[in-house]
Design a protein around this ligand. Structure first.
Ligand SMILES: Nc1ncnc2c1ncn2[C@@H]1O[C@H](COP(=O)(O)OP(=O)(O)OP(=O)(O)O)[C@@H](O)[C@H]1O
Ligand SMILES: [Mg+2]
Length: 295
């Protein structure tokens, strides 16, 4: 009897010890994540920003993901006047997404500075800074929820009228009206029941809802069929109207109309200018166009 009475408690001792170890490991991991998210901090005397008036400037910007790692970007000098469309092109891994992530401060520059209307973005209120931007990522994420909620995401007070309005501009309204429950139709996990073009147009509508002065679009690399391509193209040109846009472009149709095209190679700007100028130069950009923009 004594023997059996001792076995159970001693077993729970060892499992308790194991649980403590597990708990400690989890705490370590949680701290790691918490420490990481603190990397981007708001300056204690941060200035408010509610409007974008004149220009965005990148001055000698350099960036690396790890202190001793490779430079993902180097010597980036760029001036984006209000109202312009800037297209960024370059091969996979050249630093396009990294460059566009610096403006909303998803990362901070390692060298140099980025300013909006003359103020370094590190001195601005972060929430208000990001509030100036509508961002559409390369791999748009949809939620297992209704089409309405997927567009209204982030704007809890949006009305049906407002959602329909942006859906029309983003060329996705007609598609939604043809689904079984229209705006109440539930999309599958991560939007798996929709095509790439449809997903991008839904996230475009989402980005538009806040009517931001600056748009950052990381175009999907996946190729679209010609009908989707045309719809996305029409949506883009309407969406960019009256805004300042930074577009990471994989489609010739998008970049041809850009005011400025920036060609990135290994994290550096190797060419810039408009389509006609760059075609004439017969350099990197012309090579891309020759490849029919396949990548
Ligand atoms: N979180 C990260 N940590 C470390 N290195 C990264 C990280 N994200 C990107 N990189 C590296 O930085 C470089 C630039 O990557 P980036 O994502 O900006 O390329 P890209 O031009 O957007 O490519 P793609 O056309 O494939 O989207 C690459 O060498 C990439 O491996
Ligand atoms: Mg990218």
């Amino acid at each position: 009897m004594l023997f059996f009475n001792v076995i159970a408690p001693s077993k729970s001792f060892s499992s308790a010890y194991y649980n403590i170890q597990k708990g400690l490991a989890a705490v370590e991991r949680v701290n790691e994540v918490l420490d990481n998210t603190e990397e981007i901090r708001q300056a204690p005397d941060a200035r408010p920003i509610h409007t974008f008036e004149k220009e965005i400037t990148f001055e000698n910007v350099g960036f690396r993901y790890n202190a001793n790692g490779e430079w993902a970007l180097r010597n980036i000098n760029l001036r984006i006047p209000k109202g312009q469309v800037i297209a960024i092109v370059g091969t996979s891994g050249s630093g396009k997404s990294t460059l566009s992530d610096l403006l909303p401060r998803f990362h901070d520059v390692t060298e140099g500075s980025i300013s909006i209307d003359g103020t370094d973005i590190r001195q601005l209120n972060i929430k208000q800074l990001r509030g100036l931007m509508g961002i559409v990522n390369q791999d748009p994420v949809l939620f297992h929820d209704t089409l309405f909620n997927n567009i209204a995401f982030g704007n809890p007070t949006a009305t049906l009228d407002e959602v329909v309005n942006v859906a029309k501009i983003a060329q996705i309204h007609d598609f939604i009206m043809n689904t079984p429950q229209q705006y109440n139709t539930i999309v599958g996990d991560r939007g798996s029941t929709l095509s790439g073009g449809e997903r991008q147009r839904i996230t475009l509508a989402r980005a538009l809802l806040a009517n931001p002065p600056i748009l950052i679009l990381d175009e999907a690399t996946a190729s679209l069929d010609s009908k989707s391509e045309r719809l996305v193209q029409e949506a883009l040109s309407r969406v960019m109207e009256g805004r300042t846009s930074i577009v990471i472009a994989h489609r010739l149709s998008t970049i041809q109309y850009a005011d400025q095209i920036i060609v990135l190679k290994d994290g550096q700007i190797v060419e810039s200018g408009d389509h006609a100028t760059l075609m004439q130069r017969q350099g990197e950009y012309a090579k891309f166009v020759g490849l029919q923009w396949m990548q």
